[in-house]
Design a protein around this ligand. Structure first.
Ligand code: ADP
Ligand code: MG
Length: 627
């Protein structure tokens, strides 16, 4: 197998004009944006120097949207409108959502189709919530790179099915991002390690994040990657370690009562801290405060923690063995194991992965950043910044694709782990005399029966000429592009009548719905409002600053003992004016006005005194108005 050549539309840019392209790791727990500068990938920090953007979104009562660290407090104070791990809901139907293990604190609107969650002033879908995270990263990148982006490579778990990939694309589109490509996270990590520069080898990428686990087996030969197999569990991650610790705490504390959502989140937060502390320490103190009376403290040892998480680690190892089997390899045949995802910092995970593969895993690159860095390298290539390297890596299809046949059985057209892009066709026939239409039901999954697989789409082929049962020949073609998006077509051989569907998965968004959301999404309205508020607060802040400067140059002598306070407040305002936070800006403006109160009063008194001395009263009043 060789590299798949894809030339991006458009010309190769002149060497001096690099196209701004980024890689985005849209994580369940944390999201990052990275770009290539001076030939090296780097993660872009926010104004406070943090590269990890917690994947948290809060819709405030005032209709604003807060993303990242600023939304964390709201997880406890306003859980119904603050979204955490939204990636778990991407591309999910209402019935999928009901099956999730965690009780979700959101208020879902009743009705069919894409689950919608209530927020102040309306409702939002998981796609919209995710788009807020992407929008924040896009803003960060555009500020850092000084202009609009040509596009982004966004990473997704290898396990993501059609609906989840489509939802990710939709979110990017809502955020105003052009998707150069969706890239599997483990593949991105392999790129970050530059393993394409090696001669040959077989590689396992073990990615344990907050909410998803992926294992990928890759083979390298002379700079070419081939994905041999992927596997994992889209419902397993560091969050489950937290949950195990939380259960232990409740057990130890003897708490049996149902917890409020706020209390649950507090417990989760404590559990997460304890877990992360145990990465560096042999034991960790635990203290929870569930209301005034229910305070409990204790201590969790590393040994006990390992026992708690071992069943979860077992699950990751089982998935590894399965992927190895799919790839036709023994654990000992793997030359390198790459660790990805924050949860691979847990020593027990490293130890047991090392045990399975019989070698120490690679951990040189920060496991939190490695995916974003690899995505940035791909984005750089796809944007055309590296002429002559317009290649893409091969990916495989994560789950088999097929069609429903008589008796509710699945006929598989494309088996899982088939390399992308791919097209496969198969002939079907009618089963009733004179049958003029055929219903096609596209499904994804490994099971034999339709009800055990995931329904992707249904469509009909009409206008089949009436024939005896079994005489019609209907050719059904499945085509999957490099991003893993599927088009299914059906053609009747004698007449050429055809029908086609680009799988808009039944849990994704309809085309029209996206357009509508683009036009009038709650999020946009909120953003517009936010922009206006910020602008107004800026104008007000500037006004106070300019007024102060004028006053100082006229009457510096009257400042007196307020000098220090005024200077401090002025520095505070300058800082707030450089930032984007409306509240901070308003407070800083108010603080400066307050600091100046004495000075202003003294000036006023002096002005009045002067006016009374030399000028007519009406002149003075006129001047005041103009002020
Ligand atoms: P995702 O890919 O799901 O966004 P990340 O790769 O950012 O997730 O990993 C997040 C997970 O890693 C969380 O469960 C977090 O608690 C865990 N984690 C981060 N740092 C540590 C650490 N030092 N020790 C143990 N777990 C950690
Ligand atoms: Mg991740």
């Amino acid at each position: 197998m060789t590299l798949f050549q894809i030339a991006e539309p458009g010309q190769t840019p002149a060497p001096h004009e690099r196209r701004r392209a980024v890689g985005i790791d849209l994580g369940t727990t944390n999201s990052l944006v990275a770009t290539v500068r001076d030939g090296r990938p780097e993660c872009l920090p926010d104004a406070d120097g943090r590269v990890m953007l917690p994947s948290l979104v809060h819709y405030t009562p005032e209709g604003a949207v807060r993303v990242g660290e600023g939304a964390r407090l709201a997880l406890m104070t306003d859980p119904e409108h603050s979204f955490k791990s939204i990636k778990r809901l991407m591309g999910r139907s209402m019935s999928d959502v009901m099956q999730l293990r965690q009780a979700l604190p959101y208020r879902f609107e009743s009705g069919e189709g894409v689950p919608r969650m209530h927020v102040p002033g309306g409702s939002v879908t998981a796609v919209q919530v995710s788009s807020e995270i992407l929008r924040a990263l896009r803003g960060r990148a555009e500020a850092a790179l000084g202009g609009a982006l040509v596009g982004a490579v966004i990473t997704v778990p290898a396990y993501f099915d059609e609906a989840q990939r489509q939802a990710t694309r939709d979110a990017a589109r809502l955020a105003g991002l052009h998707v150069l490509r969706l890239l599997n996270e483990p593949t991105a990590a392999a790129v970050a390690y530059g393993l394409d520069r090696r001669d040959s080898g077989t590689l396992a990428v073990f990615d344990l994040g907050g909410g998803t686990f992926d294992i990928s087996i890759l083979r390298l030969s002379r700079g070419v990657f081939e994905v041999l197999a992927t596997g994992g569990d889209s419902q397993l991650g560091g969050d489950d370690f937290d949950e195990a610790v939380a259960c232990w705490i409740l057990d130890e504390a003897g708490i049996k009562a149902e917890l409020s959502t706020g209390a649950q989140r507090h417990l989760q937060g404590v559990a997460c801290q304890v877990k992360e502390r145990l990465t560096e320490h042999a034991q960790a103190e635990v203290r929870i405060e569930l209301g005034r009376e229910a305070v409990w403290s204790g201590c969790l040892s590393c040994g006990r923690f390992n026992e708690l998480i071992d069943p979860l680690v077992d699950r990751t190892l089982r998935a590894c063995r399965r992927a190895l089997r799919d790839a036709g390899l023994e654990a000992g045949q793997i030359d390198e194991v790459v660790m990805v995802g924050g949860a691979t910092r847990v020593p027990r995970v490293r130890e047991r992965v090392a045990g399975l593969f019989g070698r120490e895993p690679l951990t040189d690159i920060d496991p939190d950043r490695v995916v974003a860095l690899g995505a940035a390298l791909q984005a750089d290539v796809l944007a055309g910044n590296k002429p002559g390297e317009d290649w893409l890596l091969l990916d495989v299809i994560p789950l088999s694709l097929g069609i429903e046949t008589l008796g509710g059985l699945v006929e598989r057209l494309i088996p899982r782990n088939t390399t992308l892009p791919v097209a496969r066709a198969q002939e079907f026939t009618t089963f009733r005399d004179g049958q003029t239409a055929m219903a096609l039901h596209v499904v994804q999954g490994e099971r034999e029966r339709v009800e055990d697989c995931r329904s992707l789409a249904r469509f009909e082929l009409r206008g089949i000429p009436p024939m005896a049962a079994g005489a019609a020949r209907i050719r059904v073609t499945f085509q999957v592009d490099a991003d893993g998006l599927l088009t299914v077509s059906a053609v009747e051989a004698s007449t050429g009548v055809s029908a086609e569907i680009t799988v808009k998965p039944s849990h994704g968004l309809a085309e029209g719905e996206i357009e509508r959301m683009l036009r009038d999404s709650v999020a946009h309205a909120a953003e517009d409002m936010q922009v206006r508020r910020l602008r107004e607060a800026r104008v007000e802040g500037e006004r106070v600053r300019v007024a102060l400067e004028a006053a100082l140059s006229a009457d510096a002598a009257l400042v007196g003992e307020d000098g220090e306070r005024i200077t401090a407040a002025r520095i505070g305002l300058d800082r707030a004016l450089a930032g984007e936070d409306v509240e901070v800006l308003r407070q800083a403006t108010a603080a400066l006005e307050q600091a100046c109160a004495g000075f202003v009063e003294r000036r006023m008194n002096q002005a009045v005194a002067r006016a009374m001395k030399g000028h007519a009263i009406d002149q003075f009043a006129h001047g005041r108005e103009e002020d």
